[in-house]
Design a protein around this ligand. Structure first.
Ligand code: G3P
Length: 222
């Protein structure tokens, strides 16, 4: 499974890079907007820094809703770096934009996917990634992980060359469940990535190993 980080915060991305487990980054207008608010920097400058930090796919999203606008914004964003992948919303106008962007050699991540039918349309249009937002489905009492399972079966049945990018991940169990289903990618918020390291028995084990070694030192020949 590939790990993407779901943030536009450079410190978080740097930390995850240092761990050596990061394959890519996803952003959206909310995440990038937060960083603009904090740093007063231009959004494209932040995206450029992200691309220079991470040697993998970096999803960037515009705000246009009409096909021409989505394509125009996508082309501008794609100029920032070859690793930029354009997030396109799962709408009829967005689907038209997927084909156009793909024909220009620009990678596409179809976002805000909440049903298998939407995923099927995006795959047929030639998207590179499908991003089902599982946490937001859980929030309204639907099982987000069931959607991941349906989409994986659908893509396998028809041999689509599209990767499932599990998005709106809220806790470590979401990641475990995504691995059980064989999802290609999980985009994980920094907080969740941190939680994935933790287990109280690991901390307890380290503490007792160090304590026992300290005691043994008293008996070591000098
Ligand atoms: O990658 C999609 C993600 O940013 C949405 O997550 O937590 O806002 O539903 P969330």
């Amino acid at each position: 499974m590939k790990f993407f980080i779901d943030t536009a915060n450079l410190d978080e991305i740097r930390k995850a890079m240092d761990w050596g487990v990061l394959d890519g980054v996803t952003t959206n207008p909310t995440l990038l907007g937060k960083e603009v608010e904090k740093t007063h920097r231009k959004p494209n400058d932040i995206l450029k820094d992200i691309c220079e930090l991470v040697p993998g796919s970096v999803s960037a999203e515009g705000i246009s809703l009409d096909t021409d606008g989505i394509v125009k914004e996508g082309e501008e964003l794609a100029k920032i770096h070859p690793n930029i992948c354009i997030k396109v919303p799962m709408t009829p106008e967005g689907v038209k934009a997927i084909r156009i962007l793909r024909s220009k050699g620009i990678k596409v991540n179809t976002t805000l996917v909440f049903s298998c039918n939407q995923a099927l349309i995006a795959a047929k249009a030639g998207t590179n990634y499908i991003s089902p937002f599982i946490g937001r489905l859980d929030d309204i009492g639907q099982n987000g992980m069931e959607l991941i399972s349906e989409i994986i079966i659908m893509l396998e049945n028809y041999d689509f060359d599209t990767e499932v990018l599990v998005a709106s991940v809220r806790h470590p169990l979401h990641v475990v469940e995504a691995t059980q289903l064989g999802a290609d990618i999980c985009t994980i918020p920094f907080k969740v990535l941190n939680l994935m390291f933790k287990h109280p028995l690991t901390d307890k084990g380290i503490k007792s190993f160090l304590k026992d070694w300290e005691r043994a030192k008293e008996f070591m020949p000098r």
